[in-house]
Design a protein around this ligand. Structure first.
Ligand code: ADP
Length: 492
């Protein structure tokens, strides 16, 4: 378990020792970025561009090419042609290329972290200590698998799927790119990847790295654009596999689009994780875990612990401690190393969160927000707690994808299992207790792709990740992540 990947939100007192904010000048963002197709940066055929902005300041960062269907076709053709070379390459050689990418990510880690924070709004401490190191780890991990696939699938004939179309969201932009690209390459597939329209920059820097690492042209193509570009990838007839991380709504559109086409898919969609505190739990540790579980990355996390269930006898203590802790969270400039909660990724997402705050109040829940002053410019939201929540409330059933926690109570194990499982989702869950037997019981009965016990938000390239129910299907990460990119035939 990669313990040091856990977010540690700092206490206010740390501000006294604050070093200067990270310097924007360390990131050399170009005025304009083109599409990365067949190893070269190419202008979009439709000559269209869109702006990417810094959500903390609303200032334009760069102009980004918008790929149309003809560009997507060009990228898929490049990937198809490269597939012949890449899939037949000696596996050890493939591994060397992926290792090279991993090392170059490490060498450019500081710049990548700054660009991630500028483009997406997440605190620099998270980009620097979590996102970018884990990106490097993913490439290292899957590089190691490239020449060991016969150990992953003994006595099986293992074949790559072909061209993978990969569509990723804006909450962990470079990490999602690594998460998708690394296992696809290790297993001999080629890739057409589209980052989200609000956070295209680090994927484009990764394109530069891939070019510099001298991968055969067309093995990885990175094309930018919005939903229409994503749809063109999904609908392209020469794509063999779709790997999508994003909203459940778009996941359903993709499922419908590929029905009957024979395309394989892994879909990692929304979540509404239950975080459960039993009365025997170490309360301070649990409160800290709950804070991390919901406020990490502004709550823009599909596995965020957005529903807290507290056993009745410790409810008052937990709520009091959570409210106290809320007041210590620093909300503001994501480039400041002490910031706990940065900018909401976009105006659209802020509107969505604010809509849910109104819904919660209307549903009769009690809203508590920290009293922190928000910056005048940019998209920010106060960390928010709702008490007096009913299980059927929309704020308890629907994914808000922001720094908003609902709290309910429970008396018995059976009651909390029933409540925890009672949403359309099933991606993750957290359990806080002193009893091993309780953890065991919960992990069996909770319908969630990952259950964290006395911890939360632990991510590691070796662990499979994915959901039940409307949280999607397929697993990414670890050995299972390799399985998502190969076809096996049995050898008897
Ligand atoms: P969110 O709601 O969190 O913004 P989305 O699911 O809308 O997440 O977006 C995730 C990714 O899916 C983005 O890269 C986006 O451009 C892409 N996308 C949006 N609509 C479609 C679509 N109809 N087909 C394929 N990709 C899409």
């Amino acid at each position: 378990m990669a313990r040091n990947n856990t977010l540690k939100l700092k206490f206010d007192s740390a501000r006294k020792y604050a070093p200067a904010p990270e310097s924007r000048s360390a990131a050399k963002i170009k005025d304009q970025y083109e599409l990365f197709i067949n190893g070269k940066f190419e202008k979009p055929l439709g000559k269209k561009y869109f702006d990417t902005i810094n959500p903390a300041t609303e200032e334009k960062l760069s102009r980004i090419a918008e790929a149309n269907e003809a560009d997507v076709d060009k990228a898929v053709k490049a990937a198809r042609s490269a597939f012949g070379v890449w899939s037949k390459m000696v596996p050890k050689e493939r591994g060397k290329y992926i290792f090279r990418i991993a090392r170059m990510v490490q060498e450019r880690a500081r710049e990548l972290a700054i660009v991630e924070t500028l483009d997406g709004g997440k605190p620099i401490r998270e980009s620097r200590d979590f996102d970018i190191p884990v990106v490097g780890n993913h490439f290292f991990y899957y590089a190691g698998w490239a020449d060991k696939l016969e150990y992953a699938f003994p006595n099986r004939n293992v074949q790559p799927l072909g061209v993978a179309g990969q569509i990723i969201p804006w909450n962990f932009p470079l990490l999602m790119a690594a998460w998708k690209i690394a296992p696809a390459l290790a297993t001999g597939n080629t890739v057409v990847l589209k980052p989200a329209e609000t956070t295209p920059l680090t994927a484009l820097l990764l394109a530069e790295i891939i070019q510099e690492a001298d991968l055969p042209p067309g093995v990885v193509n990175i094309i930018t654009g919005a939903g229409a570009t994503g749809a063109a990838i999904v609908n392209h007839p020469d794509i063999n596999k779709i790997a999508f991380t994003g909203s459940t709504d778009v996941g359903k559109i993709i499922q419908r689009a590929i029905a009957g086409t024979g395309k394989k898919a892994t879909l990692e969609l929304g979540g509404k994780a239950a975080n459960i505190i039993f009365d025997d739990a170490p309360i301070d540790q649990a409160v800290e875990g709950v804070i991390n579980g919901i406020f990490f990355n502004q709550g823009h996390v599909c596995c965020a612990g957005s529903r807290l269930y507290v056993q009745e006898s410790v409810y008052k203590e937990v709520v009091r401690k959570l409210k106290d802790r809320l007041e210590t969270l620093i909300v503001g400039d994501p480039m400041d190393k002490n910031t706990d909660i940065g900018a909401i990724n976009s105006k659209q997402q802020l509107d969505q969160i604010n809509k849910y705050l109104k819904i919660g109040v209307k549903e009769g829940a009690e809203m508590y927000q920290s009293s922190v002053d928000l910056p005048k410019k940019g998209f920010f939201c106060r960390p928010t707690i709702f008490t007096n929540v009913a299980q059927s409330n929309r704020i308890s059933q629907e994914e808000i994808f922001g720094p908003v926690l609902t709290i309910q109570t429970f008396r018995t194990d059976d009651e909390v299992i029933e409540k925890a499982n009672n949403t359309p989702y099933g991606l993750s869950a957290g359990v806080w207790t002193d009893k091993g037997s309780k953890i065991f019981n919960m992990t069996i009965k909770l319908r969630a792709g990952v259950v964290w016990a006395n911890t939360f938000n632990q991510f590691d390239p070796t662990s499979p990740f994915g959901g039940y129910k409307e949280s999607g299907y397929g697993r990414e990460g670890g050995l299972h992540g390799l399985g998502a990119y190969v076809t096996l035939s049995n050898v008897v």
